[in-house]
Design a protein. Sequence first.
Length: 167
Amino acid sequence: MQIQSHFINQLGQTVGVIYNDINDERDLGDKKIQGVHAYCFYKDKLVVVYAENKGYWTPPGGGVEEGETICEAVSREVKEETNMKVLQQRLIGYQDISEPQGIKSQTRSVCIVEPYGPFITDPDGDITKIELIDPKDYKKYFDWGEIGEHIIARALEVKAETDAGVE
């Protein structure tokens, strides 16, 4: 499924976004991915993180480092931002954001996680709080419109398949 939308970025600019469902990394072709976001589930709760300096809640995520795979970036970002270990992950989509300086591509993944221990701090200092929430309450934390609704529905489907032992 493809969804076209727009949002206002941190600089107050309206930017276009095109989201596409995918099933694995091969569906990306040679697309350069700059960022990842992971819809992480610990038991029946969705993990969300808060960046005080940015003033918003979001699923864990961040940039892809040089030489890093998407899978490695997701696992690293989740560990840094939540102090949780990724037990399973599945790529479900990507989006191209048309920023004034060019297109930025980001993936969306679903992860099953467990804590290493309590969350203390993000090494980069960005994330100041984490919450484990009922997934149906995600709009109290972030609302990404039609694209967000589609991604959360797809994430819950993938989680249900994982819980049922279907891959």
